[in-house]
Ligand binder design. Sequence first.
Ligand SMILES: [Zn+2]
Length: 280
Amino acid sequence: MSEPADAQARRDVPPVICYPNDTLPTVDLGRLRAARDAAEHVETVIVPARDAACFTAKAGQFFRITCVDGPQVGDLNLWNAHDLSERFYSGKTRALHGTHLTTGERMWSSFPHLRPMATIVNDTLDWYVQDQFGGSVHDVIGTRCDPYTGNLLSGTQYHYCCHSNLTRALADHLGVDLAQAEPHVHDVLNVFMCTGFTRDTGQYFMKASPVRPNDYLEFFAEIDLVGALSACPGGDCSSQHSSDVAACYPLRIDVYAPPKQALAGWQPPARNGYDQTHGR
Ligand SMILES: [Zn+2]
């Protein structure tokens, strides 16, 4: 199609931020970090390479995801421990905070709850910011690697994608079969993964994660949580995923409990205040 006469003028219209975030509830990072400093270690969960594991964190506790033996990305799912229908909402989190998360930003839950589930309190990769390709770390744009897309694109039957890993882990945690667990698995926070969109074609890209052993991402649990973390078969995601080709490493999850007085007066966030009458 030929361009209209005012094509450039239309392109030159400046963008408007969809969801200005200056009215979001504020995060008292200083208080949360002080509580974290006073916290005691509760438990360690090791996520084996090309597999997933579940963990729990109570409201007011902290959980830390650590890179241990080598560069490895992780796919994180979160649920309300008392109601699995409330789960992490990657798309709305992206709309509120942008394509990648870091310190002070939150993982928001699905409708009708739409409240913070977890708040990032420490990120040892926050120095990365953005590279020359537009890549950044800890995205909420990817979904999770899965066997259905692999089958669609190359006819494969690969069973250790993050989607299947998360499904097995949740099934084991709940004591239910795979068919019952699978519908609860949802789009993830891509922990440590370095991603962006190509400038020319707008395609989703990944590149070798800058994560190294002892790097970590640490969260404050805003509500009682069940989490599941998959050590992606893509390893550091420098070449490919959905296969056994990449070097893969475990990930470690540690849960910490602060002393009660450290969070005196703090309460888990209430569910969203919309009345759900939808105009009727
Ligand atoms: Zn994956």
